[in-house]
Design a protein. Structure first.
Length: 295
């Protein structure tokens, strides 16, 4: 009986090792690939330069992830996804996905939106290239996610902005429509919330020097009130959700619906949907209002 238990124990240990591969969890792989097709393009005498199609910076998901994801069209028509100054955590069966969403802050967004795998990640650090399928619709797949297949976990995502959108947003100086400082409610929350009108007509809510507490299912609300110092005010006044929070710290942007009547919504609240709690709110004032209040 004792021998049987020993054999079973060995088999269980082998099974656990195979399932989790612990030796892979602590291995860092550095990759330094050159710019795609640079040498072959030169050899063929091609004078065309690769064209930048879209670009975005990685933000954290379940693990620290940073760097830039860029999509280029090469002189031969092939499109390539390139990571630069990239770094993420190691894990078992990690892949690179292009996701049919503008961004992905959690695991469910990736699974629900749909994705295309570009294969296993080449390294946890450094510059690297991934070929894109010739028929990939980049208007549909607007985000890149580092995905652990074994545990269905989003390590980090880069939302991609097209070159046209980047050019449009840079063509004219953004105009400040409203601005306000965050104050704490249920949790310490600080930073500045600013609503900008961009050169292409879009409106964006931007957080700068922002910081709040972590929590489950935290969203950003525009609230139909001048301020909210408790949770009931948010629920009674009415609100519009701008989606899940992108991070508990740092500068970040949120698109505002084009048909939103901004004069009605004069506060921004960091809201925990699961527990109906107002983490913190920034009352928004126009420039004239701020000047009048200062006097």
């Amino acid at each position: 009986m004792k021998k049987v238990l020993i054999v079973l124990g060995i088999l269980v240990a082998i099974g656990l090792w195979y399932a989790f591969r612990p030796e892979r969890l602590f291995t860092s792989v550095q990759v330094n690939e050159s710019f795609p097709e640079a040498a072959s393009a030169s050899a063929k005498g091609m004078t065309k330069q690769p064209v930048l199609i879209s670009k975005g910076s990685f933000h954290n998901g379940a693990h620290d992830t940073k760097g830039v994801a860029s999509i280029y069209e090469l002189p031969d028509g092939k499109r390539v996804l390139r990571f630069s100054e990239f770094e993420t955590s190691n894990g078992p069966d990690v892949n690179v996905y292009v996701v049919a969403a503008k961004d992905a802050m959690d695991n469910d967004t990736v699974k629900n939106a749909g994705f295309i795998s570009l294969g296993s990640i080449k390294g946890t650090k450094g510059d690297q290239n991934y070929d894109l399928p010739a028929d990939l619709d980049l208007n549909k797949y607007q985000a890149v996610t580092i995905w652990c297949k074994r545990f269905s976990v989003n390590f980090g995502t880069a939302p991609l902005m097209s070159q046209g959108m980047m050019s449009a947003s840079m063509s004219d100086q953004p105009v400040v429509l409203k601005e306000g400082q965050f104050h704490s409610v249920a949790h310490d929350t600080k930073g500045v919330a600013t609503v900008y009108q961009l050169g292409n007509g879009n409106r964006v809510l931007r957080f700068t020097n922002f910081e709040t507490s972590n929590g489950p299912d935290v969203n950003i609300y525009l609230v139909a009130t001048s301020d909210a110092s408790d949770s009931d005010t948010v629920k009674k006044a009415g609100f519009v959700s701008l989606g899940s929070i992108k991070g508990t710290k740092g500068d970040q942007n949120y698109e505002i619906p084009s048909d939103l009547e901004l004069s009605k919504y004069n506060a921004v609240t960091v809201w925990c949907k699961r527990f109906s709690v107002n983490f913190g709110t920034a009352p928004l004032m126009e420039k004239e209002q701020k000047m009048a209040k200062a006097r």
